[in-house]
Design a protein around this ligand. Structure first.
Ligand code: NAD
Length: 351
């Protein structure tokens, strides 16, 4: 099996590449532009393996992507490359429109050209998985879950561009019969998570005794998914999912942001105590504009049709994640300067 993974030097992409190369033994080509969020160090476990190759290129560069297809001849494309940070999309949406919309369009078009030219037997087994977010569905009230038929209602520039790319992917199936599957997942956490996002930011600041910024009153609810559970789900979906369908991926681990931050403080206080409890470092900061109140996923299609289950509950996943950041300063230390200059309060507070 030959799999092209875009965005494979990012957080989820690198977990997926490790899974495909090390556990499945597939031939993998990682395609990544290495933006601020991409990091070759996240691929150190697979670099140098005979079944892994890396290509630094922008997915909007059609010529380069065409050459990659001609050279690698993938059986599958798993498309994760994206601009992914909501706060950055609020202060500068251009890169989000370019990569998430134009980049996905480019990937779909080049993949379709490749697929069209395949002999029938290979054509039948070709798949394109478009990896997306539950944020396309907007915000939930206190009750209910996002299902695959929940209407799209994105709030941020980030989720609007992901919604646009989902629609393109679905249209390529309906219009051209191109074998696309879309997955929409909840918030991921785990090792190699770029330290501008809530969980790694909180872990690192709490380790160093720095303020722990929390938006609003910390009451926004997210449904947390351990990244390695997500990687397994993506492999199952592209392998056995129905063409043209959407699969929601979620860990059934709903938590308020404030409870996530408190839990990280408690785990760190046990492992590396400070003079005072880390909860005292929590600082509430002005809320993010358009901040969705609650996301929660109904993953019963994925569980029922494909037999997937999240193996990590939130408590075991967060303990493993805290342990990983404690043990892997070599990975995160050089990245800390990347978010020092951000215009948003939450990110500035990190330094
Ligand atoms: P990430 O920001 O950690 O990684 C994105 C990767 O894409 C980086 O390696 C970056 O260098 C690469 N990239 C960006 N622009 C590119 C371009 N123009 N050409 C080639 N490569 C480019 O993101 P992530 O958290 O790993 O998310 C991966 C995918 O999963 C994204 O599509 C995202 O929308 C989706 N998703 C993420 C989450 C989450 O909680 N992290 C939740 C739901 C969906």
């Amino acid at each position: 099996m030959r799999v092209m993974v875009t965005g494979g030097a990012g957080f989820i992409g690198s977990a997926l590449v490790r899974f495909l190369v090390l556990e499945k033994g597939y031939e993998v080509l990682t395609v990544d532009a290495l933006t601020y969020a991409g990091n070759l160090e996240s691929l150190k476990d697979v670099q140098g393996r005979a079944n892994h190759r890396f290509l630094q290129t922008d997915i909007c560069d059609r010529g380069a992507i065409e050459r990659a297809f001609a050279d690698f001849k993938p059986d599958r494309v798993m498309h994760l490359a994206a601009e992914s940070h909501v706060d950055r999309s609020i202060t500068g949406a251009a890169d989000f429109v370019q990569t998430n919309v134009i980049g996905t369009f480019t990937m779909l078009e080049v993949s379709r050209g490749h697929w069209n030219a395949l002999p029938d037997a290979q054509k039948d087994r070709f798949r394109f998985l478009h990896v997306s977010t539950d944020e396309v569905y907007g915000s939930l009230g206190a009750e209910g879950l996002f299902r695959e038929d929940t209407p799209y209602d994105p709030s941020s520039p980030y989720s609007a561009t992901k919604a646009a790319s989902d629609h393109l992917a679905k249209a390529w199936y309906r219009t051209y019969g191109f074998p696309v599957i879309v997955s929409n997942c909840s918030n991921n956490y785990g090792p190699y998570h770029f330290p501008e996002k809530l969980i790694p930011l909180t872990i690192l600041n709490a380790m160093e005794g720095k303020p722990l910024p929390v938006y609003g009153k910390g009451e926004n609810v997210r449904d947390w998914l351990f990244v390695e559970d997500h990687a397994r789900a993506l492999d199952l979906i592209v392998d056995r999912g129905r063409l043209g369908e959407t699969y929601n991926v979620g860990g059934r681990n709903e938590r308020r942001n404030i409870d996530v931050v408190r839990r990280i403080c408690a785990v760190l206080d046990t492992q590396v105590p400070l003079a005072r409890p880390r909860e005292e470092l929590i600082e509430f900061v002005a809320d993010r504009p358009g901040h969705d109140a609650r996301y929660a996923i109904d993953a019963s299609r994925l569980e029922g049709e494909l037999g997937w289950r999240a193996e990590h509950d939130f408590d075991s996943g967060i303990e493993a994640t805290v342990r990983w950041y404690l043990d892997n300063e070599w990975w995160w230390k050089p990245l800390r300067h990347h978010y020092a200059g951000s215009r948003l309060g939450l990110i500035e507070k990190a330094e």
